[in-house]
Design a protein around this ligand. Structure first.
Ligand code: CP
Length: 327
């Protein structure tokens, strides 16, 4: 694995299906969960730089611990708050707010570290730039070492891997699970990346009946949702669900805009009566009683802590695959 920015990077060969590649990676993560230090010598003498342009709790700490479990030295750099502000665009006259060009910063980081990991967020202003993953691609272009996405403008693959691990750990029946991605209200315009990524991984996995439900105007990019059943009737979508993944996102078509604050989309126990055995997922952080009610979050249905804990094993399995591929 030379880079990890999307589910497609899991394939060990062109012939391997994504479903098989996902199952293999989940198995590896579960082995690390059972025995966190079994490969403690794998990363001996190696360093990973975790570079954040935006805040993080789970991604930062889980990836740091995952690297340390593999014997690596992990250094966190919050460049968004502590470093020089970066310019990503080639050829610009840097007489504005940006201080250092990515063309200069990334190779310096590449000279310090064996693996680099980057978190960027979308602008939510410029759809073309965001959906071309311009910032992440510029970083990869100039870093000169393997790069892991810690969340990008359009995807959050480490989160999605942890999500599938969590679903597999909590599905005990023989039948194919029904998984529903349900839009939730929020006070701010949020990226589509967690939802895009979850949809991409669910469709690639192919081991569930996958439904997406959202109000009118919140259709995600079809490049990620193709294969899913899409409904604007949330109650109908929830019927018989085994897992409900709750997430807000801003509009993709009317890019970055908040089109609805309809609080009736927030899940409550009453709404979940149509899926009495459904488990509830959210990537966190969550705005309580805006996105999800206390009664649901604090109930036995909620998987959010387990989901966040699984971020560690997802990260460890990916870093391990990168160390194995890159000597
Ligand atoms: N889910 C997630 O990525 O959490 P953080 O933003 O805290 O890293």
């Amino acid at each position: 694995m030379k880079q990890f920015i999307s589910v497609a990077d899991l394939r060990s060969s062109k012939d391997e299906t994504l479903s098989v590649a996902i199952e293999r990676q989940v198995e590896k993560a579960l082995q690390y969960k059972a025995s966190p230090h079994m490969d403690f010598s794998l990363g001996k003498g190696k360093r990973i730089g975790l570079v954040f342009l935006n805040p993080s709790l789970r991604t930062r700490l889980s990836t740091q611990i995952a690297a340390e479990n593999l014997g690596m030295r992990a250094v966190v750099f919050n460049t968004g708050s502590e470093g020089w502000s970066w310019e990503f665009e080639d050829g610009v006259v840097m007489n504005g707010a940006t201080v250092e060009h990515i063309k200069d910063a990334a190779p310096v980081l590449g000279s310090y570290f064996d693996i680099l990991a980057l978190r960027t967020f979308p602008s939510l202003q410029n759809k073309e730039a965001d959906y071309s993953e311009y910032a992440l691609k510029q970083f990869i272009r100039y870093a000169g070492v393997p790069v892991v996405s810690l969340e990008s403008a359009t995807l959050h693959p480490l989160q999605s891997l942890a999500d599938i691990i969590t679903i597999k750990e909590n599905h005990f029946n023989q039948h194919k699970p029904k998984v529903v991605l349900s839009w939730a209200p929020h006070i701010k315009a949020l990226p589509q990346c967690v939802s895009n990524s979850f949809a991409q991984w669910m469709n690639a996995w192919g081991q569930c009946d996958f439904v997406i439900t959202h109000p009118e105007g919140y259709q995600l990019d079809e490049a990620f949702t193709e294969g899913a059943v899409i409904m604007t009737d949330q109650q109908k979508a929830l019927e018989g669900a085994d897992f409900v993944y709750v997430k807000n996102w801003s509009s993709y078509r009317n890019y970055g805009k908040v089109l609805s604050n309809d609080q009736s989309w927030m899940l409550t126990n009453q709404k979940l009566a149509v899926c009495p055995s459904a488990k509830i997922m959210h990537c966190l952080p969550v705005r309580r009683n805006v996105e999800l009610s206390d009664e649901v979050l604090d109930s036995h249905r909620s998987l959010v802590t387990q989901q966040a804990a699984n971020r560690l094993w997802a990260a460890q399995s990916i870093l391990s695959s990168m160390l194995c591929s890159n000597g």
